[in-house]
Design a protein around this ligand. Structure first.
Ligand code: A2P
Length: 329
């Protein structure tokens, strides 16, 4: 497979290369692509040196797969150009996610929907991916009515500038600000931009993307997205009301049986998911599983994942692996 990584010099791009190497993705050629600022820069992959190229050269090379992590504007402009030359695009940005002609894929849940005709495939939002990984097996069994989710999101989700802001604040040095306020010793109820309805764009991604991935509009999601001073790993407090009643032991069993999900839940040993444990792991971790004692058929849980891994790079590479395995590229 000839694969292009668009945004190879960025934070997700960096993890993407690690994941491609770790999983021994069947590469015959690798194209590392970034903005004109980085063209000519040298990078290494599996001990070999590569030179960063620009987008036009990458399209001309007609890769089988192009994995995009270079922001929505780059995806909007360039994904169709790759699709035109026969490349299948796996896009990490929000540009195509809610386009009804594009599939929004978490491989463990709905990769079977993919066909060779899908030339632009959307990777969901990082917070959405870890949420639906836990909701999917429970929804199948108990049927969700309503989900209330509050997120505790790391600065790595914003990009290099935000990671630098937190490092600068910890070191006590002045520097460029990625957020309108300090993030160290703080919590910002503000992820992505505000919309007219008073929610942020991140909150509306959490409200809408799960319905599309699970192909069901009968349940609703209400979200509050908060940025906290963790370096990497997103956490979520999730309250789910089901149509049907459940047994907690069965909930744990269903979650454990879901590929890619690991239950970490033992109050006796202070065992619960945390961002520092999820770091560099591909799984989604679920714990603090308990009944909401104030409402019928309602569950509380805590979900943590490495937002750059399952939330971005790993999910995109898994989609690419599926395309290769099924002969769709
Ligand atoms: P570059 O390093 O040349 O700016 P992050 O989200 O971590 O900031 O990374 C963004 C990634 O997207 C980087 O690899 C960046 O390349 C790339 N990128 C940003 N804008 C463009 C663009 N207009 N064309 C191609 N790549 C871009």
């Amino acid at each position: 497979m000839k694969v292009a990584v668009i945004g190879a010099t960025g934070m997700v791009g960096d993890v993407m290369l690690k994941v491609l190497a770790e999983r021994n993705f069947p590469l015959t050629e690798l194209l590392l692509v970034a903005s004109e600022r980085s063209v000519g820069k040298k990078m290494t992959f599996k001990g070999n040196e590569y030179t960063v190229i620009g987008l036009a050269d990458a399209v001309a090379a007609r890769p089988n797969i192009a994995i995009f992590s270079a922001g929505g504007d780059t995806s909007l402009k360039w994904a169709p150009k790759f699709a035109e030359v026969g490349t299948t695009v796996v896009d990490n940005s929000s540009a195509w996610r809610m386009d009804p002609t594009k599939k929004l894929v978490v491989p463990e849940i709905n990769a079977h929907e993919l066909t060779a005709e899908d030339k632009i495939i959307a990777n969901p939002n990082c917070s959405t991916i870890q949420l639906v990984m836990a909701l999917h097996p429970l929804h199948k069994k108990y049927k969700m009515k309503r989900v209330v989710v509050s997120t505790y999101q790391s600065v790595s989700g914003t990009g290099v500038k935000a990671v630098k802001q937190l490092e600068n604040e910890i070191a006590g040095v002045q520097g460029e600000m990625a957020y309108p306020y300090p993030i160290g010793r703080n919590a910002l109820p503000h992820c992505d931009v505000f919309l007219e309805n008073g929610y942020t764009k991140e909150e509306m991604k959490l409200a809408r993307e799960p319905q599309k991935i699970l192909d069901d509009r009968t349940f609703s999601v209400s979200a509050t997205a908060v940025r906290i001073p963790t370096a990497g790993g997103h956490s979520e407090s999730v309250n789910v009301e089901f149509e049907n009643d459940f047994e907690l032991n069965e909930v744990r069993k269903l979650l454990n049986e879901m590929p890619g999900v690991t239950v970490q839940d033992n109050p006796d040993t202070n065992t619960y998911p945390m961002p520092i444990y999820a770091h560099d792991k591909d799984e989604v971790f679920v714990g603090r599983i308990r009944r909401d004692e104030t409402q019928r058929n309602t569950l509380n849980m805590w979900i943590v994942a490495d937002n750059l891994r399952k939330g971005a790079a790993t999910n995109a590479v898994q989609i690419s692996e599926y395309l290769v395995e099924k002969g769709l590229v």
